[in-house]
Design a protein around this ligand. Structure first.
Ligand code: PLP
Length: 439
């Protein structure tokens, strides 16, 4: 099928996410290998966002493809009430790879469902109903997770599930107030404790947070925040739920991003990198004290595709690749090269407001004047960003762009030369945004 037919039929008969269908301009992809996508038009495109920050091991890994094929021959599907060898192995492997006493896992089809089930687990365990979450967050597109989500994708789904209390993030005023990291942590936790008092701690089941915020800005928490938050939530018997759907599985240079803060959440959720998106799978991991509750009490949750054998075989092989190819360590070390490339671009381009990365989880923010005014406002657009996006597309760089920023989240397998190639395209692209800088 040629590219044009592919695009026309896809747009005519299928709906694209988060868009008005007529406005989408999809890449017509026919093949993907390593860090590259290949289009029906013959273009080779560097995948600088691992698709949805998820193809962490790169495209088409032969070991994973082999494992999926083996499982297809062995056993494709049985209902979730059965025991299977692959389920036994993956549960055990995740318990070994996940820090602390997070030893019990519930499998879903993706991240939103992992979070949905974490809401249920927290409410059933605590007997409380309210849930805290933060504004700079995305937790999924289902009804309840949309309400946990802070960003504007929530607005059209309101009003949704009641009982969600959204609070400010620890660093919303980074550029205006210039506090130290410790001050940001202290101020935010003081504010949060006051919110908890007003809501009644005895009513709050859990707090959801992305251990390192993803689509809302690649925001690592300020020093001491995770530990301080852990203490504060413990004080009131509120469960801590770390959403590691995007930040987990090595993306930040640790297996789980919460490890940067030396804490263990009560519940962790994951998806994306768990199968590198080769097949749909998410998981909720429970600490022993929460899991023990459900050994005696019913867990009121279920899915037809819970613990799907083929998805689990895929996860098993992906986890092996992550460990054997030392991708967590690789993310940390290649993250240093990303840092130096970002600093080089920041020094060279007037339009770069700031850059951040932790491991291979990175972002570039642009400005429209040298005073730090974002090129596009929150939830807004600007012609310079549209032009930049077009340039990336024409020059073979795939990434995500939103508001005044674009992402740098390549597969953790990316080579030094490929990473430099990506930043070389970005370097040329930023000449476009530079031309729009006033003053
Ligand atoms: C932090 C986070 N949580 C949850 C989700 C939802 O995961 P899914 O799209 O697999 O339902 C995402 C998706 O981008 C995410 O980034």
């Amino acid at each position: 099928m040629d590219a044009q037919t592919m695009i026309e039929l896809c747009k005519k008969h299928t709906l694209y996410a988060w868009s008005a269908n007529d406005t989408v301009d999809p890449l017509a992809v026919v093949r993907a290998d390593g860090c590259y996508l290949y289009t029906a038009d013959g273009q080779k495109v560097l995948d600088f966002n691992s698709q949805l920050m998820s193809v962490n091991i790169g495209h088409g890994h032969p070991k994973v493809i082999e494992a999926i094929k083996r499982q297809l021959d062995e056993l494709i599907f049985v209902y979730p009430g059965t025991a299977t060898a692959v389920r036994a192995r993956v549960g055990q492997k995740l318990a070994q790879l996940t820090p602390g006493d997070i030893n019990t896992f519930f499998f879903t089809l993706g991240g939103a469902e992992a979070n949905e089930n974490a809401i249920k687990a927290a409410r059933l365990y605590t007997g409380r109903s309210k849930i805290l979450s933060r504004y700079r967050s995305y937790h999924g597109a289902t009804n309840a997770t949309m309400q946990l989500t802070g960003d504007p994708r929530r607005w059209p789904s309101e009003p949704g599930m009641p009982g969600v209390i959204r609070v400010m993030d620890p660093q919303p005023y980074t550029f205006s107030f210039g506090e130290s990291e410790e001050e940001k942590t202290r101020n935010n936790l003081t504010y949060l404790e006051e919110v908890i008092q007003y809501e009644g701690p005895q009513n709050i089941a859990a707090m959801f947070l992305e251990s390192v915020t993803g689509t809302n800005g690649i925001l690592a928490p300020p020093k001491g925040y995770l530990q301080g938050l852990r203490k504060l939530l413990d004080k009131y018997g509120i469960l801590m739920i770390c959403d590691e759907v995007m930040a987990g599985m090595g993306r930040t240079g640790k297996m789980y991003a919460f490890e940067h803060g030396d804490i263990i959440p009560d519940i962790v959720t994951m998806a994306k990198g768990l199968t590198a998106s080769y097949l749909p799978l998410g998981a909720m991991g429970l600490r022993d004290h929460v899991a023990d509750h459900f050994r005696k009490n019913v867990f009121w949750g279920g899915l037809t595709y819970n613990s799907h054998p083929v998805a689990l075989a895929c996860a098993e092989a992906v986890l092996d690749v992550v460990v054997e190819e030392k991708l967590v360590e690789r993310s940390a070390s290649m993250g240093k090269l990303m840092r130096s490339e970002m600093e080089r671009l920041q020094a060279k381009h007037r339009s770069v407001l700031t850059t951040r990365n932790i491991g291979l989880f990175g972002i570039v923010e642009t400005q429209k004047d040298t005073k730090g005014t974002p090129m596009a406002p929150y939830n807004g657009s600007h012609p310079a960003m549209a032009e930049l996006g077009k340039f990336f597309r024409q020059n073979g760089l795939f990434t995500f762009q939103r508001w005044n920023n674009f992402m740098c989240n390549p597969p953790l397998t990316i080579s030094e030369a490929e990473l430099r190639e990506g930043f070389e395209i970005i370097d040329r692209g930023l000449e476009i945004t530079d031309r729009y800088v006033e003053g």
